[in-house]
Design a binder for this molecule. Sequence first.
Ligand code: SAM
Ligand code: SF4
Length: 347
Amino acid sequence: MLDDILNKEDLSKEEIITLLSLDNKNDQQKLFDRANELRLLYCGEEVHLRGIIEISNICEQNCVYCGLRADNKKLERYRMTPEEIIETAKNISNLGIFTIVLQSGEDCHFDSDIISYLIYQIKQKANVAITLSLGERTFEEYRTWKIAGADRYLLKHETANKLLYEKYHFKQQLSERLEHLKFLKSIGYQIGSGSMIGLPMQTIEDIADDILLCKTLDLDMAAFGPFISSPDTPYQNFNSGSAELTLKTMAVARIVLKKVHIPATTALDTIDSIGREKGLSAGANVVMPDLTPFPYRSNYQIYPNKRGSLDDPTVSTASLQKRIEALGRKISSKRGDSLKMDFEHTV
Ligand code: SAM
Ligand code: SF4
């Protein structure tokens, strides 16, 4: 019966739940192997690197799970200057990484003009794709940044369960987040979304809904990382999510979503010392190294003990490349645009 489900073209919610519930190690390995086979078919052997610059840890939101939430007064806050950001982007492209992700809390200091300036300057100096991950911003801002040259937007839906979404976010609604994602797609962004695995009160049914929601949204990238309990947040005493369930979710997502980029996340690598390797062998084809420079990188504390947060970014990129190559995989020298686009930008 397992083989039948693994080889089906379209999976029902019940079948997705069956796969997510597999607890026998041999069965789980079959699931991971099937996802790996489909990853090879749809994405090939190349792993795309996306270099993240965490441009500010200042946030106006209060997501209950996140260490950057506005009410966390213990965190030392920072904002990188435009010059530092542009210089870091140039350094990242010199490392042979052709996507720059500008990520931050919801920090309105980085307004329409400043982000447009950053996009323009980075594009002038480096031949890279730009992903924005700045939280929920206005539709006007999204439009301006697209015109300025942004390529992609990453905005996770976090959970497809409307009631849980409201519990986690107070002011924000799931319906609004989905409207933002649809708008971003409609104006030409390649969109990334996804959810956290192992959030307090989340069920396996919710995770099945997360995967199905990613299918409805027709995402270009789907990211699933474990929830990691973070001090000085209302959820500090809850258990973190497990690597096992995260890996099963990624594998099922590959089977259901097919031609989509799936990252092996830093959060997975934080809770499992070989999380990247396991993720890349269970359907993932993307890695998003944190390349924020010192002294800022250790203060982007979404959750504690983030893997690599004390390492020199250049050294950690070299070690990451070795880990990927040890799996027999190759680092891509392309931008790694959407697998749904019928052309690929060359660098
Ligand atoms: N502020 C932007 C946003 O929310 O989209 C971008 C930065 S936010 C820190 C990036 C992602 O971190 C979120 O989408 C969320 O999934 C993840 N995150 C936040 N708190 C986390 C936690 N405690 N464990 C694991 N991931 C977490
Ligand atoms: Fe802010 Fe993003 Fe963290 Fe929410 S997840 S508190 S929006 S940084």
